[in-house]
Design a protein around this ligand. Structure first.
Ligand SMILES: C[S@@+](CC[C@H](N)C(=O)[O-])C[C@H]1O[C@@H](n2cnc3c(N)ncnc32)[C@H](O)[C@@H]1O
Length: 282
C-alpha cells in the first residue's frame, strides 16, 4: 500500500464522498462522545434479539463480529477492509484473529485517524491504511484471503464494478462479506431521496443481490435481511442522542448522517448482510 497512500480518489462521486467524510470525522467523534476520541465504529449496531440490552457501542462491535464469523480468517491471513472508516473494525479484527488487515477509504481524515489508531496497538505491523477508491483497487490479483465492506457499498457508484474488483484481489476460495442498504418501498420518500443526494448513497433491491453476486463472478453463499436486528435500535439511539445533546449541526449533510429522524424514512429502508466467495476454480 505504501506508494498508494498519497493517490487521490479518481471518480467524482468518490471525491465528494471523501470530502463529506473528511468533514464528518471530527463531528462524528464529538457526537459519539468521549469513548469515540480514539476510534469509533462508523456503522450501525446489531442486537441479536429484541430484548438484547447491549449498549450502542457494544452493538456496533457486535456487527463487526457478525461479519467476522463469516470471513473465516485466522492468524497470518490477509483481510482487505473496503471503506474502513477510522479503522476501528480493522483493529478489532486484527486483535481478535491475528490476521493482517489493510483498510482503504476515500477520506484522508479517516485514514489519518486510522493510522494513529494503528500506532497505539501492540500490533501496528499487522495494520495498513491508505486512501484509495474501491472502484479501482490498487492491489495485485489474488492478494487477500478475505474482503469485507462494512456499510460502504451504499456509496459505490457501481456496485458490480466494486464486487468485480474485490473478486480480482481475492484468492480463489476466499470470502467477501458485506452489508448494504436496501429499499423496502417501491417509491422512495423525499427524505430518503435527500439522503441519497447528499450522501452519494443508493439502495438496492434485496432480491437483486444474488444476481449481482453471480454477474460479478462470485459464488453466492448467504443473504440475510438484518433490518430488524440493526435499524430500529440504531436510529432510535442516534435520534435520542441528537435530541439529548441538542446537537448543533451547522452542516446539513452531517445532519443527514447523525440525525436520522429528520432524514431517513425508517420503514422504507432495510439493511442486509451478504456472503460470497471467489470460486475455487476461478
Ligand atoms: C459508513 S462508513 C463505514 C466505515 C467503516 N466500515 C466502519 O464500519 O466503521 C463508509 C465508508 O465507506 C468509505 N467509502 C465510500 N466510498 C468509497 C469508495 N469509493 N472507495 C473506498 N471507500 C469508500 C467512506 O470513506 C467510509 O470510510
Amino acid at each position: 500500500m505504501k506508494e498508494e497512500r498519497t493517490a487521490a480518489p479518481t471518480a467524482p462521486v468518490a471525491e465528494e464522498v471523501g470530502r463529506l467524510y473528511d468533514r464528518m470525522t471530527d463531528i462524528a467523534a464529538d457526537f459519539l462522545g468521549d469513548d469515540a476520541r480514539q476510534g469509533y465504529n462508523a456503522h450501525l449496531g446489531y442486537w441479536d434479539t429484541p430484548d438484547s440490552e447491549l449498549a450502542y457501542d457494544e452493538a456496533t462491535d457486535r456487527l463487526t463480529d457478525v461479519m467476522l464469523e463469516r470471513l473465516r480468517i485466522g492468524a497470518g491471513d490477509r483481510l482487505l477492509d473496503v471503506g474502513c472508516g477510522v479503522g476501528a473494525p480493522a483493529v478489532r479484527i486484527a486483535r481478535l484473529t491475528g490476521a493482517s488487515v489493510t483498510g482503504i477509504s476515500v477520506s484522508r481524515e479517516q485514514i489519518a485517524r486510522a493510522e494513529a489508531l494503528a500506532r497505539e496497538t501492540p500490533f501496528p505491523e499487522r495494520l495498513d491504511f491508505g486512501v484509495a477508491d474501491a472502484m479501482e483497487l490498487p492491489f495485485p490479483d489474488a492478494s487477500f484471503d478475505a474482503v469485507m465492506a462494512l456499510e460502504s457499498m451504499c456509496h459505490m457508484p457501481d456496485r458490480g464494478q466494486v464486487y468485480r474488483e474485490m473478486r480480482r484481489v481475492l484468492r480463489p476460495g476466499g470470502r467477501i462479506v458485506a452489508t448494504d442498504f436496501h429499499g423496502r418501498s417501491a417509491s422512495p420518500s423525499p427524505d430518503r431521496l435527500a439522503l441519497q443526494r447528499t450522501m452519494g448513497s443508493t439502495t438496492v433491491r434485496i432480491d437483486d443481490y444474488p444476481q449481482l453476486m453471480r454477474t460479478s463472478g462470485l459464488r453466492f453463499l448467504e443473504l440475510r435481511d438484518i433490518t430488524d436486528e440493526t435499524l430500529p435500535k440504531s436510529f432510535a439511539f442516534l435520534a435520542e442522542r441528537a435530541d439529548r445533546l441538542r446537537f448543533e449541526f451547522d452542516d446539513t449533510e452531517a445532519a443527514c448522517f447523525y440525525n436520522p429522524r429528520s432524514v431517513i424514512d425508517v420503514p422504507a429502508l432495510g439493511y442486509l448482510l451478504v456472503v460470497a466467495q471467489r470460486p475455487l476454480d476461478d
